[in-house]
Structure formats: C-alpha cells, structure tokens
Design a protein around this ligand. Structure first.
Ligand code: SF4
Length: 492
C-alpha cells in the first residue's frame, strides 16, 4: 500500500526499519563502496544515513539526516579513508522521530579504542540494560535501542579486552530482533539474533579483494560481491587480515525469519535465505488467484510491490494484466508542509490512475497489505473516479491484526483495521466490490525455496517468537472493542 507522504501523518503501512552494510577490503575505497551499498538499500530507510570507517588506528564517521545522496558527496567520502567500514540507513522505530543523535552508526569508546555499530531491528528489553549501564555511569546521547547495544558491547569489552567476547555477552543479554554490523579500527563483525528475524547476508569481492555484509543481496550486487551465505541465527562472523571467521555467539532459537520481507520490505531483485523475492511475489499472486478468484476485465498491481503478484494473479487467472496505476518515483517522505488543497489530494501525490486504461473496466487490484485501511479507501475511490466499474481488492498478505515489535513501525491494535472489523465490514468501509486476503498457508507456500525452517508471522497471528514485555504489550494489544469494554467497566 502506498506510503503516506505528508508531514505529521503516520504511514498507512508497515514501514521498513533500516539497512546495514559493511565492508572489509584493504586497498579499496570502502567508504564509497558503503555509500553505493546503502543507496541500493535505501528503500529500507530514508530518514538518515551514516558511514564509519576504520583505518587500523581509529574510526572516523559521518552521518546526517536525509537520503544517502543528500548526506554524502565526494568531499565527505574522501575524508573517510580506511579499509573497514560500516554503514546504516535509518527509518526510526525505536528512539522516536528522526534526529542526528539517533542516526547511526553509533560510536562507542572502549578505553581509547573506538567501535562503530549499525543495527537493523528492534530490541525489546533495553530499558533494564540501559538503567543498569546508566547506574555504572555510562552516558547516552540518544534514546535508541541501538545505542544501548553499542554501549553494552563496549562496557563488556572494556573489562574482557576482547571484542568478540563483548559481542557474545551482549547477545546473551539483548532480546528482540537484530542484524548488526560492527567495525573496530581493523576488523568487521556481523551478528544476528538467535531467531534470525531480520536478514543479513555475506558476500565476497572478486580476486580475494575483501568481504561485504549487507541487509539484502541487492547491496552485494551493486559493489560486485558474490553472495556466499546468510549470517546464521545467533552467529558472529568476523572479517580481518586472517579472513573470515565464524562462531556461534549464542545458541540458535526457533527460526523466525520475517515473512513480510518477501511481501514488501525487500527489493524484488534480492534473494533472502535462498528465496528470490520477485519469485515469491509472483507465487503470492498465483496462489491468491486460486484462493480468491474474481470476475474482472483487468488485473492491476499497486506499485511497486503489488506489481509482481499482479502478474502472478493475471497469469493464473487468465485475466489480462495492465499498467493502470502510475507511481511518482520522486516523492519520498517529506517534511515540507503541503497546502490544505494538496492534503485533500492525499494519495495522488504518489499514485495516479491511468484513466485511458481503467475507464469502463472491472478491476482486480493487487496490493501488498492493509494496515489502517485509509489508503485503500482512497485508492478505491480514486479508481472509481477514473472510471472503474468494479474494484475487487486482493491482498497478498493475511490480515495485519497485531503490531510488530521486531524492527517494523506499526500501529497499536486499536489502529489496525483487521483487528477491529470483520472482512465484510472492512470491504464495506473501504468501498471495494469485494475484498480478500491470501491465507497464511498460501503465503508460506509462496516461499518454497527459503532455507530457514520457520518464519515470524506475528503481525498476522499474534504468535510472537520473542516474548514481548508485559508493559509494552499492555499498551499495544487493546482493540477498539477492548477500550470500549474497559471504559464501560470504569463506568459501572
Ligand atoms: S511481526 Fe510481522 S513484520 Fe514483524 S518481524 Fe514478524 S512477520 Fe515481520
């Protein structure tokens, strides 16, 4: 579903939550490679970007708010000279709105030695660890969970003087989703939570020139690195002059890779855990056509992530596919206040229907998800205004009825339409002629090549692979009906 782009409006979708990238390559321009890697991963976070480089002696870093190309230029990259680098592109999920302090990589000092940490995911138990560290005099510059992780690693390493020990001990304490890259002045580290919730893969540069770590394989492709494998759940991998060294940092838990990466977050040209994202999306459309057929003249996909499943749906159903919705590629999230008249146009800032294709046609419209439903409602209205005679919405994820606590920005349950309405009520409220979601079994069947043995599907099922602290759950799990019941009880 299209992202809301207006200031002060929460996006009506699950939002990406950061990209990480790392390079160990003596003799190469590692800052420039990291910059390109982050550009390939820009879809995962657009609020801030940062790169830290180690030169054997120390760490230098540059970061700021904005897109990668807004933050870095020739001069800033030239100042980042070294042979090991980590980079980050951020979408804020923990630590509130975009701020310079919350931008990553986070730098920590271990005695006189600096380390730089970049994190994709969300940690669910940092309040306790933060309080513990603050009690020991550790100072924080931001309210992010990632800084807590950086400081926790630094604190342990300070006593053991062994960075891998510091990472391991921190992994034993931290709970939640994390795919992290860390640079010391002379080594690169990559490590992942025991359930492997967020993706992280390893690549090798040709001719033994070095190693690359990236949230997605599209980040490897752009620098010419060949995919080697994914970082395993609970694993720590180190790259330095001795090559690549991997060890199990903490025991692997139940595998729980985020299945939503295949639906929406990842780029279609990425391969996650052996499964092509593009092919998975085609499969979703094919299976949805079997599960929820519709009588229609054309199949449309909501750009970008709705297009591959729309092709799959069209192929399976025999209904022709058409490009009927055009996306403005240059409207990102904006902090510039639009006029009131533009606000009313809403969705049209980003998506515009092709009247010449749509007029007089019965449409099947394929989208990736429905979160609050506002954007779907506007989309259906926009298509009808462009002359569609029927709009049948088909969604390639099951109903999102639960919030995500693992690195994706979602609303509380009372804001999620599927937690508060039946299917018929949703269809009526959105204004579609019919509405159907892929089944959870259908979604799982869409990723047959994924090597991991289990997925996180908590936003559809409420079955959380990592326990959510009671205080957090209490705030987030009440539906509108629950709120009404609490209110009614209070009035008795
Ligand atoms: S709750 Fe949903 S979005 Fe979050 S990690 Fe699990 S599957 Fe992914």
């Amino acid at each position: 579903m299209s992202t809301s782009v207006l200031p002060g409006e929460r996006p009506d979708r699950l939002e990406e939550a950061c990209a990480v990238f790392g390079v160990y390559a003596p003799g190469e321009d590692v800052a420039r490679m990291t910059c390109f890697g982050l550009q390939a991963l820009q879809h995962r976070g657009q609020e801030s970007a940062g790169i830290a480089v180690g030169d054997g002696e120390t760490i230098m870093a540059a970061k700021d708010l904005g897109l990668v190309t807004q933050v870095f230029d020739e001069a800033s990259l030239a100042a980042l000279d070294g042979f090991v680098a980590v980079g980050h592109a951020r979408y804020s999920t923990s630590g509130g709105a975009a701020s310079w302090e919350a931008a990553q990589p986070h730098i920590s000092a271990i005695d006189d030695v600096l380390i730089a940490l970049a994190h994709n995911g969300t940690l669910v138990n940092t309040d306790r660890i933060r309080a513990l560290l603050e009690g020991r005099g550790v100072q924080f510059r931001s309210s992010t969970d990632s800084e807590v992780a950086a400081k926790a690693i630094g604190e342990v390493t300070q006593t053991t003087h062994h960075l891998r020990n510091g990472i391991r001990r921190a992994m034993e304490e931290l709970s939640g989703a994390y795919a992290m890259v860390l640079a010391s002045p002379s080594s690169l580290y990559a490590f992942r939570d025991p359930n492997g919730i967020r993706p992280l893969c390893i690549g090798k540069l040709p001719d033994g020139r070095g190693w690359v770590v990236s949230s997605e394989t599209c980040g490897l492709d752009i620098v010419g690195a060949e995919y080697v494998r994914d970082v395993a759940p609970g694993e720590i991998v180190r790259f330095n002059e001795e090559g690549m060294y991997a060890e199990q940092g903490v025991p692997a838990g139940e595998p729980a890779a985020c299945i939503f990466e295949y639906v929406y977050f990842a780029r279609p040209d990425s391969v996650i855990d052996g499964q092509s994202v593009y092919q998975a999306r085609r499969n979703m459309g094919r299976i949805l056509a079997q599960e929820a057929p519709a009588e229609a003249d054309l199949v449309l996909g909501v750009p970008d992530s709705g297009v591959p499943p729309a092709l799959g749906y069209a192929h399976e159903s025999g209904i022709p596919y058409a490009d009927g919705i055009v996306k403005n590629r240059y409207v990102g999230r904006t902090f510039i206040e639009p006029t009131q008249a533009m606000r009313q146009l809403g969705i049209r800032l980003k998506l515009n229907p092709l009247r010449s294709v749509i007029e007089g046609q019965r449409l099947v419209v394929i989208d990736d998800s429905i979160v609050r439903g506002n954007t779907s409602k506007k989309l259906v209205q926009m298509l009808r205004e462009a002359g569609a005679t029927e709009v049948h919405l088909r969604i390639v994820s099951p109903e999102v009825g639960w919030p995500c606590f693992y690195g994706i920005d979602t609303d509380t349950r009372d804001q999620l339409i599927a937690a508060n309405m039946t299917l018929d009520e949703m269809n009526e409220w959105i204004g579609s002629d019919s509405l159907a979601f892929i089944s959870l079994e259908g979604l799982r069947a869409s990723v047959p090549d994924a090597r991991c043995q289990g997925f996180c599907d908590a936003c559809f099922t409420g079955d959380y692979p990592v326990e959510i602290p009671a205080a957090v759950a209490k705030k987030s799990f009440l539906t509108k009906k629950d709120f009404e019941d609490v209110y009614a009880e209070g009035n008795q």
